[in-house]
Design a protein around this ligand. Sequence first.
Ligand SMILES: NC(=O)c1ccc[n+]([C@@H]2O[C@H](COP(=O)([O-])OP(=O)(O)OC[C@H]3O[C@@H](n4cnc5c(N)ncnc54)[C@H](OP(=O)(O)O)[C@@H]3O)[C@@H](O)[C@H]2O)c1
Length: 285
Amino acid sequence: MSTPLGRPTALITGATAGLGASYAAHLAAAGHDLVIVARDGARLEETAERLRERHGVQVEVLAADLAQREQLAVVAARLGDAARPVDLLVNNAGYGLKQSLAVGQIELLEQHFDVLARAVLVLCNAAAKAMVARGRGRILNVGSIAALLAGGGHYAALKGYVLALTESLAKDLRGSGVSATVVLPGYVHTEFHVRAGMKGASGPSRAWLNADDVVTDSLRDTFAGRLVSVPSPQYRALAALLGVLPRSAVRAAWRLGSRKAPSNARTTSPATSPATSSPAPTARG
Ligand SMILES: NC(=O)c1ccc[n+]([C@@H]2O[C@H](COP(=O)([O-])OP(=O)(O)OC[C@H]3O[C@@H](n4cnc5c(N)ncnc54)[C@H](OP(=O)(O)O)[C@@H]3O)[C@@H](O)[C@H]2O)c1
């Protein structure tokens, strides 16, 4: 269940920036050894060094592009290594993509699918197998409030998959001692929007959350064994609203909020930009 030093181990994907960096800092501060995963090896090493110095924990670096099957398999194998058990998996790596589902480039959409959906499935399966064999463990999948938005483009479709996957995984894990949680954040101040070529923190300030708050809330819910975590009262209210609205009403709100014809350069999720004027579906990230 823990390292020879008696500490639990967490594996976090996308641990170099934004929410992932905050998960890494919080878990290290709470005494977890870490395995951190992202593509940029130099940034991973810097992150690892900082966390070792600050918190005195062991930090293993695993540079991997989760869109590449062989590299993903290495991360899955690390989760399955019985000699070095991982107690908590945080499936966090992800990004936004400005591609229309209708006329966008299929290679970019497939890559998006591989990172946001396929990698989550493969790593959940690898972690769950090892954790069930030990009779304990926790899995936290980072979804998005966009999962609740019918017609919210490829990003929303993939986050919808992450939500449904986690619900079914939790059912399969019942009684095993292993829990699965999905967190549905709204807009969070991270590198996400700039990387996706969107405007940064524009739009109403109350719509924006701090990464540390999202991480604190979702880790609390994860360790409590809750299935769904929606950080912040405003997004809990939105999630409740979207949960009771018929999907046809959500689709109608999208139609009001996006009047342009599809083009290659346009995002598949018009409201992925916080600057958009559509009311309910602006909660994106
Ligand atoms: N920010 C928001 O408003 C928001 C809202 C809801 C949900 N989310 C979700 O939160 C998660 C984290 O996003 P963030 O906002 O923290 O974004 P971020 O600041 O851009 O960080 C993304 C992280 O993912 C890693 N990553 C990206 N592509 C990868 C790949 N192919 N293989 C391995 N690692 C990869 C990045 O490192 P490298 O570039 O080095 O690979 C980086 O560490 C995502 O799943 C996102 O969908 C974000």
